[in-house]
Design a protein around this ligand. Structure first.
Ligand code: NAD
Length: 292
């Protein structure tokens, strides 16, 4: 957007929507939301703020005091921000994290749209996950949101694999809650358990990789040992979108799988947040032409 467009568009009436994260200057979200506001003639601007955990509480107080309509939250604030909000959506409560805040007259409600974004992306790829079996590798913020949403939306069985790192005990709690509260059978294994990994992938319809593998600095890393773990009928979604094609996706293509990256997830998590703030549907086809 050039200088003239900004002075024409931003007036005393314009409202602010933001993104608080660190690092964040690389984000595609400002382009996505500002182009959508402009296209629909909505009087908002979307701006990134470099905020980490050390300034998070003050930032939330400030945004509330300024009556800002809402904002996105990314790493490292997705978990910690939940303690500064008034309400959390059911999904956010189970995941223990939030990527979207809506300010309704001073009441701050947090939710997480990464899971619905991923499910919408699957649908758009023609993948029907209701009643199916899914293997999810990863149990961080994004993967957990996907697991919870898929279980709530009617996946029949989800097998989760993660390293025995700090995410593992959190995943144990989420898995227990999902088995209690939904009809989905959810099981968690150590990613190092290759025998179960092979068996579960062999019997799955969908494999979603929600680890940091495939993106910088892990571009050459794949969470599974090799491509013999994949089979031709498996649908393989990598949540990474930079780079557009990961090593896992190249393996999946070689095996003959239907495979796609996390761009669709990124678009639809943004569209869900946009709807919560503005009440309007994001013009997703228009935005795809700009971003993809
Ligand atoms: P996170 O830090 O919360 O989780 C990181 C996950 O990666 C954990 O499960 C961790 O165990 C795993 N991991 C890290 N290094 C690993 C390795 N060497 N081998 C195996 N597992 C490893 O991060 P996050 O926010 O959940 O992001 C995870 C991925 O999801 C990233 O690739 C990110 O690009 C992607 N993501 C995509 C979208 C989207 O809209 N497409 C949104 C959010 C996150």
């Amino acid at each position: 957007m050039g200088k003239i467009a900004i002075t024409e568009r931003v007036t005393g009436h314009t409202e602010l929507i933001g993104l608080i994260a660190y690092p964040i200057r690389h984000s595609m979200s400002p382009t996505m939301h500002n182009e959508a506001f402009k296209k629909l003639g909505l009087d908002y601007v979307y701006v990134c703020f470099e905020v980490d955990n050390s300034t998070l509480e003050d930032t939330v107080k400030g945004l509330r005091a300024m009556k800002v309509r809402g904002w996105n939250v990314s790493m490292p604030n997705k978990g910690p921000i939940t303690r500064y909000l008034d309400k959390l959506s059911p999904v956010s409560q189970i995941v223990g994290a939030c990527n979207t805040v809506v300010n309704d007259n001073g009441v701050l409600t947090g939710t997480i749209t990464d899971g619905t974004g991923a499910m919408q992306s699957l649908k758009e790829e023609g993948v029907d996950y209701v009643g199916g079996k899914m293997t999810v590798v990863g149990a961080g913020g994004a993967a957990t949101a996907i697991i919870v949403q898929a279980a709530l939306d009617g996946a029949k069985e989800i097998t989760v694999f993660n390293r025995r790192d700090e995410f593992f005990p959190k995943a144990e709690k989420v898995v227990a809650q999902l088995n209690d509260r939904t009809d989905c059978k959810v099981t968690l294994y150590d990613l190092a358990d290759h025998e179960n990994l092979k068996r579960e992938l062999d019997s799955s319809d969908i494999y979603i990789d929600g680890t940091s593998c495939g993106m910088k600095p892990l571009e050459d890393v794949v969470a599974i040992p090799d491509k013999s773990y994949l089979h031709k009928e498996l649908i393989v979604m990598d949540t990474v979108y930079a780079p557009r094609e990961t090593k896992l996706m190249r393996w999946a293509e070689e095996v003959g799988c239907h495979t796609f990256n996390g761009l669709g997830m990124m678009l639809y998590q943004g569209a869900a947040a946009f709807k919560l703030w503005t009440g309007k549907d994001m013009p997703v086809d228009y935005i795809k032409d700009i971003l993809f």
